[in-house]
Write a protein that binds this ligand. Structure first.
Ligand code: C2E
Ligand code: MG
Ligand code: MG
Length: 640
């Protein structure tokens, strides 16, 4: 036989090698079968680590994978000795043998030492043989590597191990890359789902806030009633339906009287509470009929379908009756009244703006005539414009000084002498005619013009006082001061800087309303004290209509009390009023106050007041408020 004869040992080694090969092929096949269908990345790492360990007989096998940040790598899989402790650890990219493999993109094993220069070889020599690390190169990206540490049989990893592991790595890299892509997709899907849920939540929130916004834009948040804009819509719809169906309806505007004063003296919170209570009472009365809305402030509108003149007026009075029982807010009892204007469709207008304007005028006339309810009267409608233009006209009147002061004498009952007159504002509107002071004072207060107006009244009164003093006539003038002005901190500054006040202060009297006593007490005491220091005397106007008691007045520097004309005018006929007048006079005297009775219209009232000990009378019986020339003539006639 030619060639070298086989030794027994060779045959045995060949057989061993063949076995090895078969085992390796089987292991590779098993691995690919397992990871080919495995999509869980962590599981793939685990299988790869275990099979690779078997393949190269390593004590420990680790799978370092580059992190997304490209600055670190993390051991994502491992098998064998201490692997559990290492898996999950992260290292900087340039650290150790891994760093070398990343940099060179080629495998590390003992054989690499031959390629290194002396310095590097010395550096790596010690661990070179105990480590084998082959790169994991995906189709697109460099993924990381497979590292075997220490051979089980204490030898070094050899070229065969290198070749086997490299082959193994090149094949599993694809599976790892796939599983990584699946994981990324999975994460993206989870993220998308999360976003979708977030989006749905945001959408829900958005539609909720839209609904809230819609509510806020259509309803009054305080009372829950439709607001002006929703009312306008419904009103417009109602008109078109009523037009086609030939139906009639009534429009009511309800405006509270002196509500601003309630707000100012009791505070806005209590004012709001009252508005809520009013809305509740109205709704209870309406019992689902009509459309009630709050137009703003103290103004309500009500649309009552299918009503004639008679029924709508009856409803209006019933609404007023709903306010008769006093309101109780935090233990304070408050009386509220209102004025209602009524107009009818189609009789008084066929469109929204005409009807609103006419109802507004009816309300205006209810207020000025103190009638409670007033139906629009075309015959009495001289104005071509609504109340809105009043503000502009009033501003002009104030600037042009076309407002006037009328004077009404106050007579001392004991000696029938006139020592004082009350100055009352008068406004002759070029188109509307006479506008009652209750109305225009209200507008002045609401538009912030009241301070300017009051300054004008005070200065006009002072001029008049100075004029009379030259004529040796000692006459005082009483000026009405609204709460808003008195409580304005600038007012005292204004007064204290008025030159003429030093001389004329003692001829001036301020009539302040009783409701003022619900304002901040300390500040009120201070203000009234400073007013008194200027020589100006103080009088409580309209006593009996407000919320204060004589006991509260005791400590304040007030010298006079005016019983409201509503009690005085009826005291001849109404025994209750007579009792009120009598007891007020007695109590006021006990407190050292002098008493004025307003609204004295008859001799009988005058006699009665004298008997009751009233000090001063004021009313039509003596004189109506008159212009200055008439007052002077009146004084001359009475030999004053
Ligand atoms: P007031 O201060 O209580 O004024 C008395 C009111 O009673 C005046 O009404 C007067 O004309 C009226 N009056 C007087 N005697 C009689 C009478 O015998 N019978 C009847 N039925 N009424 C009588 P007027 O002038 O309409 O003023 C109404 C209110 O407007 C005043 O009530 C006052 O609160 C307010 N006011 C008038 N001028 C001013 C002003 O310059 N400033 C302020 N802040 N308010 C003013
Ligand atoms: Mg007065
Ligand atoms: Mg009065």
């Amino acid at each position: 036989m030619a060639g070298k004869p086989f030794k027994v040992v060779d045959v045995q080694r060949l057989e061993q090698n063949l076995h090895h090969r078969e085992a390796e092929i089987e292991l590779l096949q098993k691995t690919f079968a397992e990871i080919g269908s495995e999509l869980d990345l962590e599981r793939v790492f685990q299988i790869v680590a275990e099979r690779a360990r078997d393949l190269v007989h390593a004590q420990t096998l680790l799978i370092p994978i580059l992190d997304e940040n490209c600055e670190t790598y993390t051991y994502r899989g491992g098998a064998g000795l201490n692997a559990d402790e290492i898996v999950g650890e992260s290292m900087p990219l340039d650290f150790g043998i891994c760093g070398w493999v990343w940099r060179h993109k080629k495998a590390w094993w003992r054989g690499v030492l031959d390629e290194l220069d002396d310095e590097e070889r010395n550096f790596w020599e010690k661990e070179a043989g105990s480590v084998i690390l082959v790169p994991l190169q995906g189709r697109k990206h460099f993924l990381g590597g497979i590292a075997g540490i220490n051979k089980c049989d204490e030898g070094d990893f050899d070229r065969r191990d290198l070749n086997m592991l490299s082959l193994f790595a090149s094949i599993v890299a694809i599976a790892i890359e796939n599983a990584m892509a699946v994981q990324t997709m999975e994460e993206a899907r989870r993220l998308t789902e999360g976003y979708q849920m977030q989006l749905q939540r945001l959408n829900r929130q958005l539609s909720e806030s839209n609904r809230e916004l819609e509510y806020l834009s259509l309803y009054d948040t305080l009372t829950g009633l439709p607001n002006r804009s929703l009312f306008h819509d419904r009103f417009t719809q109602h008109i078109s339906v009523a037009q086609t169906e030939k139906q009639s309806f009534a429009l009511l505007l309800i405006d509270l009287n002196n509500f601003k004063e309630i707000n100012e003296t009791l505070g806005h919170e209590r004012g709001d509470q009252i508005l809520k209570d009013i809305a509740r009472r109205f709704l209870l009365y309406l019992d689902g009929n009509g459309i009630l809305s709050r137009l703003g402030g103290d103004e309500f509108a009500l649309l009552l379908p299918e009503l004639d003149r008679h029924k709508s007026l009856r409803h209006a009075s019933h609404l007023l009756q709903q306010l008769e029982a006093p309101f109780d807010v935090d233990g304070v009892t408050i009386a509220v009244s209102a004025s209602i204007g009524v107009s009818l469709f189609p009789e008084h207008g066929a469109d929204v703006s005409t009807l609103l304007r006419h109802t507004d005028q009816a309300m205006f006339s209810a207020k000025s005539g103190k009638r409670g309810v007033s139906l629009y009267d075309p015959a009495a409608d001289h104005s071509s414009t609504g109340t809105l233009t009043m503000t502009a006209d009033l501003r002009e009147a104030l600037e042009q000084q076309t407002l006037e002061l009328y004077y009404q004498p106050k007579v001392t009952l004991a000696d029938e002498r006139i020592r004082s007159v009350e100055a009352l504002g008068r406004w002759q509107h070029p188109q509307r005619g006479f506008v009652p002071p209750d109305i225009f004072i209200d507008v002045l207060e609401q538009t912030g013009m009241i301070d300017r107006y009051t300054h004008w009244v005070i200065e006009t009164a002072i001029e008049q006082i100075q004029h009379w003093r030259i004529q040796q006539r000692e006459l005082s003038i009483a000026v009405n001061i609204s709460t808003q002005t008195l409580m304005n901190p600038d007012f005292m500054h204004y007064l204290e800087n008025l030159d003429a006040i030093a001389d004329c202060g003692c001829y001036l009297q301020f009539e302040i309303t009783e409701n003022l006593f619900l304002s901040e007490y300390e500040r009120l005491c201070d203000t009234l004290g400073r007013v008194r220091q200027l020589g100006i005397s103080l009088s409580i106007d309209d006593f009996g209509t407000g919320y204060s008691s004589l006991a509260r007045l005791k400590k304040l520097p007030v010298g006079e009390l005016k019983i409201d004309r509503s009690f005085v005018m009826d005291m001849d006929r109404d025994p209750d009023d007579e009792v009120i007048v009598r007891s007020t006079i007695d109590l006021a005297h006990n407190l050292g106050l002098s008493v004025v009775a307003e609204g004295v219209e008859t001799e009988q009232t005058c006699r009665c007041l004298l008997e009751l000990g009233c000090d001063i009378a004021q009313g039509y019986l003596i004189s109506k408020p008159v212009p200055i020339e008439q007052l002077e003539q009146f004084l001359v006639d009475r030999k004053h």
